[in-house]
Design a binder for this molecule. Sequence first.
Ligand code: PDD
Length: 279
Amino acid sequence: MPDVAFVNGMFVPLAEAKVSIEDRGFQFGDGAYEVIRTYKGHPFALDAHLARLERSATALDLTQPHSRTEWTRHVLEGIKRAAYPEAKIYIQLTRGVAPREHTYSAELAPTVVMTVREFHSLDRSVQAAGVEAMTTEDIRWGRCDIKSVNLLANVLARQQAKQARVFEAILVKEGLVTEGAVSNVMVVRGGAVMTAPEGPRILSGVTRAVVLELARNEGLPIQERFISEAELCGADEVFLTGTTVEVLAVVRVDGKVIKDGLPGPITRRLAEGFMRLVG
Ligand code: PDD
């Protein structure tokens, strides 16, 4: 089965999908996006992702081309057409096509793109062993809650991680951990689960919310507050959450071993709970 693309209301083979060089997504990174994955052919938390797309679009003053019901229909149709065992759905919404000028007209028709590709989960052995991360300065703008296609700082941070041969770059702003380049960061200290609060400094992860709910149901104390870099390195457990990483233990940060260097008991419990939830 070929990868599927959906461009401005039409399904086309991915290789034939095109947008104009005058698209403001290309010219300015002027757009919003979402990444959703399927489990056994069903999109996980689709409604929460579509709700966040609406929030990002509203915050960027982008015209919403489709209602949530219409989006749901397109996503399900895309999954059906691609027919992958597991798929990654990428939705991108830009302000549209216009001669390059920073200001825009409210009449512009947005460009709407969706792709459906095969998704390969992380190796179970990687999940079981945990991963290594590095810290790097969070140089992003002041509205990280918007899932904007403007990902330069994340791209650079992720590349640093790749060059350092570690899995994720953990972003630190003024000594405080915000999130990962492609994930949210959680820390366990004294049995409590801690993570940066929602607000302009982080993307409010769909997986983050699901995992916090799981933790709450397990009776674990939760603290939504910023963690210092020192608290991160001295934590009992560190883990990442995200659509692509699920619940993933971090066992080493900047070369320093977290606790005994193994995924901790609370991380494992939450990872198991998450796997049960997604089937
Ligand atoms: N990224 N924080 C950042 C900066 C992210 O880019 C992501 C996800 C998350 C986790 O959010 P969620 O649980 O809703 O996936 C947190 C996606 C997968 C990406 O850009 O590829």
